[in-house]
Structures are given as C-alpha cells and as structure tokens.
Design a protein around this ligand. Structure first.
Ligand code: PRX
Length: 654
C-alpha cells in the first residue's frame, strides 16, 4: 500500500502510529450546530417504532399511516401501514409549495464543460412533462421502466417521473453491456426504456443507443424507447418504437397532478450481484424507504437546506445514486452537484475545480477514489481552495486508515469529520455510521449502528460476540428501508438473506465484521463469493460464466485478490478446451473482451492465467481460498483435502 506520507509528499512523522491520535472527537463548533443530538439515540432506545414514526413526519403523507410496522408476514415487512404518499411530491413539489422554488436543486456539470442549473421550479416542470409523456405512452402504476443513462439531469427526471406515476423504475448502469441490459429488461418485463444517443467519456462521444437496440431486439415486453439527445451522434431510430425526448417530453404540458400511493407501493427494482450468475432484482417500496433515506441524509451528512452544497460522486446506476443523489437529498430540499464525467477529464484537477467552483460543503465518495487521489499526489488538491468542505463521507468498501487520514487532512482541511457509512443495495439506506457532532471516530471504522437500527456480530452458532470478536454481521430487527424481496423470486429472497439464522429471524448481510477493544464496529468485507472492485459488487460466478461462454474455455475459476487502488482486483484461472491453442496475449485479450461484452468493462479480470488444472476438493468443489492465496502471493496452508496437491505446481508453471 502506498503510504499517505509517500503519496502526499510530506516528511513529517504523521504516519508513525504513536504520533497519530487514533480517535477523532467532534469539534465543539461542529457539535454546536449539528443536526443530530444525543436525544436521537435516547428516543430510539426508549421506543424504536415510535422513533421511526417520528422520523416519518419528515415526509408529507396524503393519508396518515395506521401502524408503524407489520412484521406478521416476515421476512416481508410493511412499514407505515395504510399510509399514502407520493415520493416525487415529497422530493419536488413540496419544496416549491414551501416557497423554495427558486432554490437550485441541481448544479449540472457536463463532462465537456457545459453546465445547467435546475431550480426546484424547473425540476417540477421537467418531472411533470416527463410524467405526462409516460402517461401518454399508456404506462400505468406498477408498470416497469428501464433507465439506461449517464449522469445527466434527464436520468433523475425520468426516475422522479416514474415515482410520480407509481411506475417502478429499474436503473441499469450505463457501463453495463447490451446483454446485461437485456437480461434486466426481460426479468422485470420493462415496457419503456429511457436512454441517450451517446455519452461523453474522456472527451469522446461514445454511442449508447446501439446497445439498447441490441438489447431490445426481440424483447417482448418493450413497447417504446425514449432517447435523450446528449451528444448529437447519429443513431438509428425505429419508427413506432423509438421517440426523441426533445420531441415528446419537451413539448408536453408542464403541469401534472400527483396521486398518492400506498406506503408499500414498489418504487424501484435495482439489480445487484449475488453468489450465483444471475443478478438479483432487489425490490424497494415507498414510505419506509423514503423515511430512512431522508432521516439518514439529514443526520449523517448534517445537511442544511439552503446553506450546504452537497455532492455525492456515485452514479445513479448504483444504490448510492438512488438514495443519496435522488431520494434522500431531494426529499430534504438539497442543492447538489451532479457531474457527468470521470475524475480525470480533462485532467486530475476536475473534482477539485468543481468543489471550488460550487463551494461544495459535503462530499460523499468511495475509498477507491480517495486512493486514486493519493496516487495522483496532494499537489493537485492543494492547488485549489477546498475550504468550503465541512463534511466528508465514504461508502462502498472498507476505507483503510491511511486513506481515511489523507482524506481528512488533504481534502477535509484537517477538520472535516468523516462519516464511513456501511450499507447495501438491500438495506436501501445507511445502517452503520458515525453521527457527525456526536461520535468520536476511528480511521477505518464505521463505528456503530445508527439510532433506530439494530445490528449484531455473531458466530456460526448465533452467539453474539463481544469486544475483540470477529464474525458475521447480521441485522436483527427490521428497518424501514429494507428490501421487500427479490423480483420474481421470493424463495431466493428467503434463502439468501434469512436462512442462515432462521430461528432468530436475522438478516444475514454477507459481510464479516468485528468489534475492537473499545466496542467500535469494523466491517471487514464479504464472506461470500462476491467481489468488491472499486466499490462495485461483482459475483465470481457471473465472471466465470462469461468466461466459459467463450468457445475456447472449458472451465474457469475467479477470485477477488487484494488490490492497492481498487480494493479487490479480479483474477481468473481458466482451463482451455481440448485442441484449443493457447495464443498467449491474444487469447487473454479475447477473454477479457468477452467479459466486457457479456457483463461490463468494470468486470474485466485484471489477470487471466491459463492453467492445466484447478484445485478441487474430493467432492469436486473449486477451492477458491487457495486460488486467492496464489493470486495474492501467499504461502499455501493445508492442502491435504485436495484431490491432487501437485496441481499448484502446475498452476504456478513450475
Ligand atoms: O461489503 C459491503 C460493502 O459493499 C457491500 C454492498 O455493496 P452494494 O450493495 O453495491 O452497495 C454499495 C453502496 C452502499 C457491503 O455488503 N460496503 C459498503 N459500504 C461499506 C462496505 N464495506 C465496508 N465499509 C463500508 N462503509
């Protein structure tokens, strides 16, 4: 690991453990104005459900709920039973009605340098136009809409238009391939796909519409494709199916009356990788999800509407973009930056220029980006005035202490608190995190469950572990933003999350965790066959099935190996079919391209090794742990259960 001292060029002894304070208490100035106070925990401890009922008052309910929680059909929860609300009304109209229509909701910064500010007034007009268009296309509440778009305002507008009409959106990351898009469209039976002609990537206009054309070819459910002209590149338009946004949405009426929906009305499906090759469509609903999104955004980020400029660097293709770009922040009347491009377009100064330009005060990103900044060197951020930053957030993977300290010192001016937020696509919103102004933080630790949330670290036998113990992270009580199931596969839902501790009824998160000697909680990473590459969840078996999809590959085994920058890197071992010639680099390049084509360039293995055999147990199971040891260059432990221990010499080419 590059040490902070090397990366930032400083020579002081700040990296020596003894000289570094390991606990960072909140400053009295921060505490004095913090949104969260100690009463939150006290109230949650006194009566958890009453606490959540109180938080739900952050929202506008068209009809009040009669019960806070119905867990009688566990593990499918109903929160805020019988309550009725409109999610888009809460994120947009409400702010206009409260007199904040002129406040900027979105400062859009396009990759080529074009900019656009949308006030809440503008957002309401745009969302209304899109909602009118979607209705004109015949979509009715409960229908599914796939959104396959880069980070442009129309992506957020399309999501909110769905929410407004009770349509369930399924956002598919625009970096996914046509075949990944197709399987998600088919699984959800989406009727409409919203997309763009192309997207800007490092100064180039890259076509996206052709992927949609390929994906929807023969897809029975799709009736229309709505296309935003973003780059102006030439695309094919299929008469009767494809529509331009500027010819439909832009011309629609800008008024639209929102209708309330049941608190449990499905808001979105978001696909995420599991331990099998088939992604899971995680279902989230409305009232509970929005309550927790709003509560956490307010308290964890200490967000102050009308004062802060907030920037979450995620993509709307992931859950962080859903909850902390769209629903949480907009429900709280945020002013936020939305940036279309990569952090090094046109050069490595881009993020810091944006922070300086808009006076960003809250900056929420992933550890992998912090480590990339460290590699680029502190001269780059130091060339900018970052003094507006008053809070930093981290999500997606464990943040290593060096990166944490560098983040605080270099980006946070040695004063901004860092919230290391643990959560998942399935949890819908932040679950474990420090509360700024209250929690004394430790670099690398997510610290403790938020007020209203309950988590435990347990062993295989469900025994709770004390300080110093490490085991499995479980959530032992239902929470408002929890997933309500897996689309079309409720058995898989029960099996994946609830079958590990059936008697206790605990949710199994799939992460390992420990308490340190002071009781601070550290998330250690996945304990299943899911990799975490730059904060992206990718399953080993998905990559394996893409590799065996290549005509030359007989068998493949994939592991996540530690990587300095991306957290984990994908390492693959493949056995070729009889008679297939190993053409070396050419073959490896072909295999990498196959994975990019089948899944996404983000799933491309860092390394692929052709091997004569794979290590297997007597029952035929591939021993991934041993492959991981090889990939990470470790000594092999006990290999006695192997069919043929000599296989390792063969793999290493000895
Ligand atoms: O392993 C944990 C890791 O990311 C997983 C969830 O991935 P995903 O559903 O894609 O959502 C990512 C954004 C919420 C978790 O099971 N993870 C997420 N946040 C942290 C983390 N690991 C350690 N520390 C975190 N703060």
């Amino acid at each position: 690991m590059t040490s902070a001292a090397q990366a930032n060029g400083s020579t002081e002894k700040s990296e020596q453990p003894d000289a570094v304070p390991q606990v960072y208490p909140p400053s009295p100035e921060f505490t004095a104005t913090a949104n969260a106070g100690p009463e939150l925990q006290a109230e949650a401890d006194a009566d958890r459900l009453e606490f959540w009922a109180e938080q739900a008052k952050r929202l506008h309910w068209h009809a009040p709920f009669t019960d806070v929680l119905d867990w009688s059909d566990a593990p499918v929860a109903k929160w805020f039973v019988n309550g009725r609300l409109n999610v888009a009304f809460n994120c947009v109209d409400r702010h206009v009605l409260e007199g904040n229509g002129d406040r900027v909701a979105i400062h859009f910064e396009g990759e080529p340098g074009d900019t656009r500010d949308l006030t809440y007034h503008d957002l309401l007009a745009e969302v209304s136009k899109a909602a009118n268009t979607f209705s004109d296309l015949g979509l009715v509440p409960g229908d599914r809409v796939a959104i396959y778009m880069p980070m442009i305002p129309e992506a957020i507008i399309a999501m909110l238009a769905c929410a407004r009409l009770g349509l369930t959106h399924s956002v598919v990351f625009a970096g996914f391939s046509a075949s990944a898009l197709r399987s998600r469209i088919d699984d959800a039976e989406a009727k409409l796909v919203v997309t763009v002609d192309g997207q800007w990537r490092r100064g180039q206009a890259a076509p996206l519409k052709p992927s949609v054309d390929e994906a929807v070819d023969g897809a029975e459910s799709v009736r229309n494709v709505l296309v935003v002209k973003r780059t102006g590149i030439d695309v094919d338009i299929t008469e009767g199916r494809d529509l331009w946004w500027h010819e439909t949405v832009d011309k629609a009426s800008d008024t639209h009356e929102p209708k309330p929906f049941d608190s449990e009305h499905p808001l979105f499906i978001l696909y995420t990788s599991g331990t099998t090759g088939k992604p899971k469509g995680i279902i989230h609903t409305s009232g509970g999800y929005l309550t927790q999104a709003s509560y956490t955004h307010h308290n964890v980020f200490d967000h102050k509407a009308g004062q802060d400029v907030y920037w979450c660097t995620a993509d709307i293709g992931w859950v962080t973009g859903h909850t902390y770009i769209v629903y949480g922040p907009l429900s709280n009347g945020v002013t936020q930056v939305v940036y279309e491009g990569t952090p090094n377009s046109p050069d490595e100064h881009r993020h810091f220029q944006i922070i300086e330009k808009y006076g960003v005060s809250i900056y929420y990103t992933a550890p992998t980006l912090v480590r990339t900044f460290m590699k680029w060197g502190r001269d780059i951020p130091d060339a900018h005035d970052l003094s507006s930053i008053r809070l930093l957030g981290s999500v997606g993977e464990p943040i290593n202490p060096e990166a944490w300290k560098w983040f605080r010192e270099v980006i946070g001016g040695n004063k901004a608190p860092i919230v290391d937020t643990w959560w998942q696509t399935e949890t819908g919103a932040i679950m474990i995190s420090p509360l700024p102004g209250i929690t004394a933080t430790k670099p690398g630790s997510a610290m403790a469950p938020l007020p209203g949330i309950s988590a435990k670290i347990v062993d295989d036998d469900a025994t709770e572990l004390g300080n110093g113990g490490s085991g499995y992270l479980v959530l032992d009580k239902p929470w408002p933003a929890m997933l309500r199931g897996i689309w079309g596969d409720m058995d898989r839902y029960r099996d994946t999350y609830w079958s590990r501790y059936p008697e206790q009824g605990w949710y199994f998160a799939g992460d390992g965790a420990k308490y340190d000697e002071d009781g601070a909680l550290w998330v250690l990473g996945r304990v299943d066959d899911v990799m975490n590459v730059s904060g992206h969840r990718i399953s080993t078996s998905e990559v394996e099935s893409a590799l065996v999809g290549h005509h030359g590959v007989a068998e493949a085994a994939v592991v996540g190996a530690a990587d300095e920058t991306t957290g984990q890197g994908i390492v693959a071992f493949v056995i070729l079919r009889e008679g297939v010639e190993n053409t070396g680099d050419a073959l490896i390049a072909e295999l990498k391209a196959e994975v990019a084509r089948e899944i996404s360039p983000i799933a491309k293995p860092r390394q692929i090794t052709v091997v004569p055999e794979l290590p297997k147990t007597r029952s035929g199971k591939i021993m991934r742990r041993l492959l991981k040891d090889i990939a990470e260059g470790r000594d092999l432990g006990d290999t006695s259960t192997l069919v043929d221990p000599k296989v390792f010499d063969a793999i290493r080419g000895k």
